[in-house]
Design a protein around this ligand. Structure first.
Ligand SMILES: Nc1nc2c(ncn2[C@@H]2O[C@H](COP(=O)(O)OP(=O)(O)OP(=O)(O)O)[C@@H](O)[C@H]2O)c(=O)[nH]1
Ligand SMILES: [Mg+2]
Length: 659
């Protein structure tokens, strides 16, 4: 199955899931099963599935054919070249293609001058007025292609200006752009481009990231330390005629392999195989050459050969536009699409579905609990009423006063229940504090300060190491606290259960240590970035500030996920208490009402008993229906296809986003 087909299938699943979830929510609401925790859980599941994005980044040295490959895989339907692809350096700024229903079809461009200000890219995204917007006419491929030419625009600036913009580093002259006869250097006109179009794949949550060649990648730290590591798959492109060059290898090392992590989310494309087609060689000879290049490249990059896929992007595009089946097969593009589909999408689907399945199980447990409270109440009433059989008026009156007394006692001990709640909240505040923005900000201020010290070059690893070990310590502390809170909660719930025959169960405690893994990964990507040649740039204050900004936004994401988990935990505990209190109050009301009716002989005892019987039956049906509805959701969540090419989506990132 090709990437496009697989993606479509994933989209269908997501739409169906959202629909089923909505039905489940309505049904639960109708049957009074929707408490705050269940609602929150439903909401999370819904947005998790709705907003699930899959980012595929194309990274390579300039002119390897990144943009052409994007054209061939995704945009051949327009009947022409859409993304500018030409000899020499073409794409000058990172270009993200995606779909956001709130924004009209457009190309938005962030001026390069924004680099003179400290805000991170993520922050600029929130300031639409700072972007230049060009509306796109998606029904007019020529207009579309012409508008997109903008991502190739450049500006001539003085060396000083280039330095301020981060394109000129006295410390690493080899990476600097060439100086023209007029003493000016060429820099990109734009810092980032966002293309918003309702392409079917983009509509379903695919985000494509096209990047410019080497220098510009290095010049935007955020690309290296945030965007590329967070992509679910990275396609790295080589040219078949040259194989792995020195600069290819530099990019591969800087951006695509992270020590200690599998190269699973990486796919290598050996592009331009058509340059090896040659009328003077037999097809076998050509194939032998391609095979050789493939084997050598795989070996140099340290990958299995199956992860290196030879194609011709250009011939693939031409073949699709001219409907030439033979050429399409020769271009090998379908094989690449298959690998992308089964590898990237297959893995992504698996991860999302597994995450969703966990959520549904919790949901079922939570709703199941509400039902078991009701079931127990009915059983109690039943016993009480059965006990009344054959009893005289005074016994019934006595029974009534006993229930009233019980009720008064229960109301009196409400304070005990609230005490549990307030102790819980007080302890939680400490956890919240450990994960809060001010704590993070203080840590990063220290790192910024450290990085600005003259001669930090050799101490970068240590400065990061210190900050990160404090962050890890904080998370560990939060985890220890959570575990303590959990045991306190379990104990007090047990006590309340014994005293009031509640069926409280402490919700699953948050797993904060999981985020330590995210921290490790972030630290590694920064150190790797700084380990190559960029470390010299730290002598520029703006550079280290930009870097720490990028770091801050990524860390904030991690901490927000962690906080979200703690909040859900808290909500689930609180809503259980609320639900039990509410149900118990109702239970007293119902019992008194039943006795009253019997006293007034409005209903016979037997009729009342039969009524409870019916209610029990209804409850059983409800329970069965809940099981049915949730397993329906789960069955849709079973992974359907197994990936035949095994490369995983960037797993930790995907999981933390999913959480
Ligand atoms: N013969 C041949 N040429 C190709 C192929 N793929 C791309 N090209 C050409 O290579 C040149 C560069 O392609 P681009 O897609 O612009 O390369 P890029 O990697 O996006 O380069 P930058 O945007 O500069 O980073 C263009 O002239 C393409 O037409 C291919 O499969 N075969
Ligand atoms: Mg390009």
């Amino acid at each position: 199955m090709s990437f496009n087909e697989k993606f479509d299938q994933h989209g269908v699943w997501r739409r169906e899931f959202a629909l089923r979830l909505k039905l489940l929510a309505e049904w639960m609401k109708d049957h009074d099963l929707l408490d705050a925790a269940v609602e929150e859980r439903l909401h999370r599941l819904e947005s998790q599935v709705r907003s699930d994005k899959v980012m595929v980044a194309f990274v390579a040295e300039f002119s390897r054919g990144k943009s052409e490959l994007i054209n061939a895989i995704f945009f051949a339907g327009y009947g022409r070249r859409i993304m500018p692809a030409s000899a020499g350096r073409t794409t000058m700024c990172p270009t993200e293609l995606g779909y956001d229903a709130e924004v009209p079809p457009s190309l938005r461009l962030l001026p390069i001058e924004t680099r003179l200000q400290p805000q991170a890219l993520v922050e600029w995204r929130l300031a639409p007025e700072k972007w230049t917007r060009i509306d796109l006419d998606v029904n007019n491929p020529a207009q579309l292609a012409q508008a997109l030419e903008k991502v190739a625009e450049v500006r001539q600036v003085s060396k000083d200006e280039a330095r301020a913009l981060g394109f000129w580093h006295d410390s690493s002259p080899d990476d600097n752009p060439l100086v023209g006869a007029n003493g000016l250097v060429e820099v990109p006109k734009w810092r980032h481009a966002l293309i918003n179009i309702a392409h079917p794949l983009l509509k379903q949550g695919l985000v494509i990231l096209d990047t410019p060649g080497l220098n510009a990648i290095g010049a935007e730290p955020e690309l290296t330390v945030s965007l590329i590591p967070q992509a679910h798959a990275v396609v790295f492109i080589l040219a078949a005629d040259t194989g792995v060059t020195k600069s290819d290898l530099a990019i591969w090392r800087e951006h695509l392999i992270t020590e200690g992590e599998a190269s699973d989310g990486r796919l290598v494309v050996l592009n331009k195989i058509d340059t090896l087609w040659d009328a003077l060689s037999s097809p076998e000879q050509v194939q032998a050459q391609i095979d050789r290049q493939r084997a050598t490249s795989a070996e140099i990059l340290g990958l299995p050969e199956s992860q290196v896929i030879p194609v011709s992007a250009q011939k693939g595009l031409v073949a699709k536009v001219t409907h030439d089946q033979q050429l399409l097969q020769a271009s090998c593009l379908p094989a690449l699409e298959k690998a992308l589909g089964e590898g990237v999408m297959g893995q992504r689907q698996k991860i999302l579905r597994a995450a969703v399945a966990g959520g549904i199980n919790e949901l079922r447990a939570e709703a199941g609990r509400a039902m078991s409270i009701r079931r127990r109440d009915l059983a109690e009433q039943m016993m009480e009423l059965r006990g009344l059989r054959g009893k005289n008026v005074s016994v019934i009156r006595h029974m009534r006063s006993r229930i009233e007394q019980e009720q008064a006692e229960f109301d009196g001990s409400g304070a005990k229940i609230y005490a549990v709640r307030s102790v819980h909240l007080k302890l939680l505040r400490e956890v919240f504090n450990l994960l809060s923005t001010p704590t993070l900000r203080a840590e990063l201020a220290e790192l910024t300060h450290a990085l600005k010290q003259p001669g930090i070059k050799l101490g970068v690893k240590r400065a990061y190491g210190q900050t990160f070990s404090r962050l890890r310590e904080g998370l560990q502390k939060a985890q220890i606290l959570s575990t303590e809170i959990q045991s306190m909660l379990t104990a007090s719930f047990r006590q309340l259960n014994a005293e009031f025959s509640f069926s409280l169960q402490a919700p699953k405690e948050p797993e904060l240590t999981r985020y330590i893994h995210d921290l490790d990964q972030i630290e590694r990507s920064h150190l790797q970035y700084l380990g190559v040649s960029n470390v010299l740039k730290l002598s520029q204050a703006e550079f280290s500030e930009r870097l720490v900004r990028a770091l801050a936004t990524r860390l904030r994401g991690v901490y927000e996920s962690a906080l979200g988990e703690v909040e859900l935990w808290n909500k689930s505990a609180a809503s259980q208490l609320d639900a039990q209190l509410r149900e118990r109050r109702r239970n007293f009301g119902r019992r008194l009402e039943a006795i009253e009716r019997i006293q007034q002989a409005a209903t016979g005892l037997d009729e009342r008993i039969a009524e409870i019987d019916t209610q029990e039956g209804v409850l059983n049906e409800l329970d069965a229906k809940l099981t049915q509805l949730t397993s329906h959701l789960l069955s849709g969540s079973a992974p359907q296809a197994r990936a035949s090419v095994s490369f995983n989506a960037a797993e930790p990132v995907a999981l933390s986003q999913a959480a």
